[in-house]
Design a protein around this ligand. Structure first.
Ligand code: 4NP
Length: 150
């Protein structure tokens, strides 16, 4: 069974495109190919932009887009980078109208429940941290859902 996952942050240029690419790669390493992954932002400010160039050499091809109502019916899982984006998703008209998606803080798949901090205004080390967190969170997510969905 194919599962579909939408990774969400604010601008869809830093954390969520990184999360999308890392989750796809970690799934591939496990031999999981029946997974559809996309990313989006809760804000509109960066629509159409490429992922941030500070992304640590991670190859990502994505054009930033905003979360839309249909995402809540077309994705199985919507994973928020932090609590403010989780709240924005919960307030979204698509969520209110009845969502098939499981909408969760991505960090809730680990016991520490940590947010992925916004690296936009900081230095390169912020992007390294985002990358490392995405690897851990991808594996925590795959550990939890891979058994359930097969
Ligand atoms: P992202 O990072 O949500 O991880 O894509 C940000 C990108 C842009 C802004 C904030 C966060 N901004 O304020 O423009």
């Amino acid at each position: 069974m194919t599962i579909s996952v939408l990774v969400v942050c604010l601008g869809n240029i830093c954390r969520s495109p990184m999360g999308e690419a890392v989750l796809r790669n970690e799934a591939l390493k496990r031999g999981i190919t029946d997974i559809h992954i996309d990313s989006a932002g809760t804000a509109a400010a960066h629509i159409g932009e490429d992922p941030d160039e500070r992304r640590k050499g991670v190859p990502i091809s994505h054009s930033a887009r905003q979360v839309r109502a249909s995402d809540f019916t077309s994705f199985d899982y919507i994973l928020a980078a932090d609590v403010s984006n989780l709240r924005a998703l919960e307030r979204h008209v698509g969520h209110k109208e009845g969502s098939k998606a499981t909408v969760r803080l991505w960090g809730s798949y680990l016991s520490d429940n940590k947010a992925i901090q916004d690296p936009y205004y900081g230095g390169l080390d912020g992007f390294t941290k985002v990358y490392e967190q995405c690897v851990k969170l991808s594996n925590a997510f795959l550990d939890e859902v891979a058994g359930k969905e097969s």
